[in-house]
Write a protein that binds this ligand. Structure first.
Ligand code: HAM
Length: 416
């Protein structure tokens, strides 16, 4: 039996947990609270928020068929819609509501490097956040998290400004005219389809000829009303003052329909074709669109954990952060010392040391070989003599240094 295509068995979660733990600690400094929402949601939640013509809805949903066929359920493809639903359903009054969550997402995409059918995101949302300085602060938090917390430097921030709903109406008309001047034969079939169904999506086309043509397309940021234009200028100024470098990317529209104004991605060349390891932006109308009493200007972002780990691995030349805690391996030399070994382990763990006991070995030689394989930093040998003297022989597995110490002071010795 094989695992499902595009999914992973996580045999070693050290790095995964490290990025999640760092995020939990660091995001809390910005006053974000951790929440969790269900993995299954009504299909309608995503149809209404992401847009029926997006790839996620039209091609990539994992639909569930419950026995009574009454509910149309799915595995969540992303987290924002669920957080907004939770905000409305739990009648949250306190805004800005700053929350983060992490866990698996599901999209039926063609698997390749950095693209999975079950992947994991750390996502954060700020619901009820009017001023565009929130956007600068969110981007700062992410940039500092990648650069200072995870020591990543092989990445860039790309940024665009989509404007408000009215700006977009005007812009779409201009884009339509631009495409008409190119003529349908100039575009790939998918772009012709998108031109009619969801015109902004043309910019997501992977075809190089189309991309070349779109370098001359009008920019969303050139069709902003006075207020949006001021916000766009404010955002760029704030990022500059915070020393956050970014590249303006006029073709960045992001693949989900709920975005307004700011959109951004953190990208890395080390990722190949799927180069974004984090993406986000503003969604000022989503709360109302999903049934909230009034609009709540909001914003957020999501980090793709699998892609972040690829970028981290590439950058650190195989030296990864957050290595496992040092292993202290107790080796009872015969059955008579096994219960003593369990008691000693119990005592050492009370001092927060990571301890395992080798309960199945035979000869000392083979047990030491096994200790090496397990990556133990110390081997703690308990034979009849040690038992007699209430001592333990501690061997450093790297230096080979060996010392016999009283069991009672073993923790102190190991912590030195
Ligand atoms: P998204 O751009 O669809 O945005 O996904 C965010 C990140 O999740 C991507 O940049 C990527 O790193 C990762 N990701 C997406 N699809 C896959 C996949 N198939 N395999 C591996 N990684 C993947 C959202 O999901 C929005 N909810 C982000 C957001 C939050 N916007 C506002 N608030």
């Amino acid at each position: 039996m094989l695992r499902v295509k595009g999914t992973h068995d996580w045999i070693d979660l050290t790095q995964f947990n490290m990025v999640v733990d760092h995020a939990k600690r660091y995001f809390s400094l910005y006053n974000f609270q951790e929440i969790a929402t269900p993995l299954i949601e009504p299909v309608e939640l995503f149809q209404r928020s992401l847009g029926a013509a997006t790839d996620v809805i039209s091609k990539e949903m994992f639909l569930l068929v419950p026995r009574n066929h009454d509910d149309q359920l799915c595995l969540r493809p992303e987290g924002t819609a669920s957080v907004v639903r939770a905000f409305i359903e739990n009648n949250i009054q306190m805004t800005p509501w700053k929350v983060f969550t992490w866990g698996p997402m599901f999209r039926y995409e063609r698997p390749q490097k950095g693209r999975c059918r079950q992947f994991h995101q750390i996502s954060m949302e700020i619901i009820g956040a009017q001023n565009i300085a929130h956007d600068a602060q969110l981007i700062m938090m992410l940039d500092r998290y990648f650069h200072e917390q995870l020591k990543l430097n092989n990445y860039a921030l790309v940024l665009n400004f989509l404007g408000c709903a009215q700006d977009r109406v005007q812009y779409k008309e201009r884009l339509q005219k631009f495409l008409q001047t190119l003529g349908q034969q100039a575009l790939c079939a998918q772009c012709v389809d998108r031109q009619h169904k969801n015109i902004l999506r043309i910019f997501d086309c992977k075809n190089e000829t189309c991309q070349q043509l779109y370098t001359k397309a009008p920019h969303t940021a050139d069709f902003l009303c006075t207020e949006c234009d001021q916000e766009w200028v404010q955002l760029k100024n704030e990022l500059e003052q915070l020393s956050i470098s970014f590249a303006y990317r006029p073709t960045l529209v992001r693949g989900l329909d709920y975005y307004t104004k700011t959109v951004f991605e953190f990208v890395s060349d080390d990722l190949g074709a799927q180069n974004a390891f984090c993406g986000g932006g503003r969604y000022d109308h989503l709360v109302k669109e999903l049934g909230g009493k009034q609009d709540q200007p909001s914003l957020g972002a999501a980090i793709g954990i699998e892609r972040l780990l690829i970028a981290l691995e590439a950058k650190q030349d195989g030296v990864l952060y957050g290595q496992r805690a040092a292993l202290h391996l107790i080796i009872p030399l015969s059955t008579a010392q096994k219960s003593l070994a369990l008691m000693l382990a119990d005592m050492l763990r009370a001092h927060n040391l990571t301890v395992d006991v080798m309960l199945d070995g035979d000869s000392l030689k083979s047990m030491m070989r096994q200790a090496n394989k397990m990556g133990a930093l110390y081997a703690l040998l308990l034979g009849p003599e040690e038992q007699e003297q209430n001592s333990v022989t501690i061997k450093h597995m790297v230096t080979g240094k060996e010392e016999r110490v009283p069991q009672i002071t073993a923790a102190e010795y190991l912590k030195k």
